[in-house]
Design a protein around this ligand. Sequence first.
Ligand SMILES: Nc1nc2c(ncn2[C@@H]2O[C@H](COP(=O)(O)OP(=O)(O)OP(=O)(O)O)[C@@H](O)[C@H]2O)c(=O)[nH]1
Ligand SMILES: [Mg+2]
Length: 298
Amino acid sequence: MFTEENIISGMVAIVGPPNAGKSTLMNSLLGQKISIVTPKPQTTRNRIMGIMNDTDYQVVLLDTPGIHKAREPLNIEMVKIALDSLSEVDAVLFLVDVSLPLPEKHKATVKYLEGRKQPAILILNKIDLVDKEKLLSLINEYNDLFTFSSIIPISALYNDGTDILVKELLKILPKGPRLYPEDIPTDATERFIASEIIREKIFLLTGQEIPYSTAVVIDSFKEDEKKGLVTIHATIMVEKSSQKGIIIGKRGSKLEQIGKNARHDIEALLAQRVLLKLWVKVQKNWTKDMRIIRELGF
Ligand SMILES: Nc1nc2c(ncn2[C@@H]2O[C@H](COP(=O)(O)OP(=O)(O)OP(=O)(O)O)[C@@H](O)[C@H]2O)c(=O)[nH]1
Ligand SMILES: [Mg+2]
């Protein structure tokens, strides 16, 4: 029997360059979608918690924004969130995309792991895209950079190798009581996840700088239990009026599509019918304004 005091219990940060598959891995380990995923880099902007529970362990995962060379205030804040998460955790999963060569900038990123006492596992993700030889040469290159406690090739998308990853992770985490109740998969509110789902649809349905110039604010979130209906009002903030036009689209078609796709996923999340009303507002250069960035909850 495992008592509440002697289970394996730890916090784990998933860090790495943008687009490596960090959010995909978190969702895959949880068996449910908590973090949004898109093919575009810099999708995740916050620290998103996902909690894995079993009879003999609790692993609290922190999905983080991609670590990159940031210039704009919003990006600097995102990288800070990722790096700060390193100080909160018992272990680090450093995730990279093996279909890309090991660039100079990864070498700089690995430096952030140096001098820390927590163990770090190197996760080579997207192995479905490369052959074994490429994998072996990458393993050698990373071994020269840093002493990882282990190196695990996986495909987060196809859930391949993730069982081995969990086994390795449980070996390096401490024992202790659960940090969170057993029945909650995340500390994120439904409100926050709804705003992220809307942002995901914007990332998927718009191009160029638009995704990076948008933020989503939930203005109201009202549940009518009798009707089994949740009414959500949300504002999409953009930086320029030209972007407002693009998000709205011809006769409102783009905004309608964003709303429709988002509503579909939010209904699945809440297991209720959802009425989603979206507005678009210009908030000049908000990505450069620390005050607004803070107001948005970063
Ligand atoms: N082929 C393949 N694609 C993957 C795999 N894992 C993730 N992807 C894809 O890679 C893209 C980025 O995935 P995300 O999970 O959003 O990556 P991320 O590291 O969270 O990205 P940011 O939040 O932007 O830093 C998406 O298109 C995923 O479907 C994988 O194992 N194989
Ligand atoms: Mg992500």
